[in-house]
Design a protein around this ligand. Structure first.
Ligand code: AHG
Ligand code: MN
Ligand code: MN
Length: 340
């Protein structure tokens, strides 16, 4: 089932048949999501030829200017998946409200960031799509926002598509992480990287350094010590990367280790971070944990956070176990000092 070279179609049907816990309707839903990502991949690849670049001239609920591709990707997700008999509703970073799927009351809810890394679209750098699947609560008579506000540990599936030099689909259903590459010659995803494991140790961090003056003491300390390299308390030199596409950063972490952070910053007190819990942090946290890494807010395991708002922002620290543990230990020290 998890042999390199297996197609996604085969992988999903094997997963169901072999009783590895993959439910048949979840497998179908994953296939449907993967198909939309294929469409998006082709549109993104066509780029300026198809007029998909540039700003849409609208703002989303987060007050961010939407790119044409943000809107296109959101609509592609909605219109392809609203016919899915396995969905009861969807929620998207680009929409104010939830989107109930009226035709059938499916068993799952889908939450997504249709186009991650929007600032990279016009400069032809990697972007992606992030998704998260929850079970529809059986008791709910009519779908409401509350049905979506569940901690990340309840996700039954999380994944992303990375539109890079090659298009990749990375998936977990709670039984490890598998990565597929889209073979553009046949239009099929092929399992190229089964059972991803994030190395526990790393010498690479990713953070937007231009926000340094807004950080809290634990992150300031961690990064200062990384920068001090071999001469400092960490006793080793670090390398730094910043793509500004979370999908690309997480994919790098998954491929060779590293720590990725978009930590708390005090720019806007109402926004305790840049990234969104439901669309970005939770699905990535599930993938990272399933690959042996750690994902935290600094103070708490990401997957244990109880969401209070569909669009809430959250500090994110994730990746190689030893480094995330190091950063969170500095947070714990600060919390203890404050308590004293
Ligand atoms: P989105 O394009 O969905 O709004 O997300 C962009 C996110 C994330 O992908 C990336 O890590 C971060 O924003 C980049 O932020 P900066 O521009 O502040 O570096
Ligand atoms: Mn995003
Ligand atoms: Mn987005």
């Amino acid at each position: 089932m998890r042999d390199q070279g297996t197609s996604l179609t085969q992988y999903l049907s094997d997963g169901v048949r072999q009783g590895s816990g993959l439910e048949a309707d979840l497998a179908t839903l994953i296939g449907e999501i993967a198909a939309v990502c294929k469409t998006l991949s082709y549109a993104i690849r066509a780029g300026g030829l198809e007029g998909v670049l540039g700003t849409a001239g609208t703002e989303n609920v987060q007050g961010e200017t939407q790119q044409k591709l943000d809107v296109f990707a959101n609509e592609a997700m909605l219109h392809s998946l609203e016919r899915s008999e396995h969905l009861a509703g969807m929620a998207s970073e680009e929409m104010t409200d939830i989107y109930p799927v009226s035709a059938a009351r499916g068993r799952y809810l889908l939450i997504f960031d249709p186009l991650d890394g929007s600032s990279n679209i016009d400069v032809n750098v990697s972007v992606g799509t992030i998704f998260s699947v929850l079970r529809t609560p059986t008791a709910a008579a009519e779908l409401s926002v509350k049905d979506f506000l569940r901690p990340g540990r309840e996700q039954v599936c999380a994944g992303y598509a990375l539109y890079g030099p090659s298009t990749m689909l990375v998936l977990t259903t709670g039984n490890g992480v598998d990565a597929f590459t889209l073979d553009p010659r046949v239009g099929e995803y092929i399992l190229t990287h089964p059972r991803r494991q994030i190395p526990a140790d790393t010498r690479e961090f990713a953070i937007n350094m231009s926000n340094q003056r807004f950080w809290d003491p634990p992150v300031l300390r961690y990064i200062r010590e990384c920068l001090e390299g071999r001469q400092g308390p960490r006793g080793k030199d670090f390398n730094m990367r910043w793509v500004a596409s979370m999908v690309a950063e997480v994919h790098r972490v998954l491929s060779r280790g590293g720590v990725f952070m978009y930590p708390y910053d005090c720019r806007e007190p109402k926004r305790p971070g840049r990234l969104r819990l439901m669309y970005e942090a939770n699905p990535m946290a599930m993938i990272v944990e399933q690959a042996g890494g750690v994902a935290s807010t600094g103070y708490e395991r990401m997957l244990d956070v109880q969401p209070t708002d569909l669009h809430q922002r959250i500090p994110v620290i994730l990746g190689s176990r030893s480094e995330v543990v190091q950063v969170t230990s500095y947070h714990a020290e600060t919390a203890a000092e404050v308590a004293r």
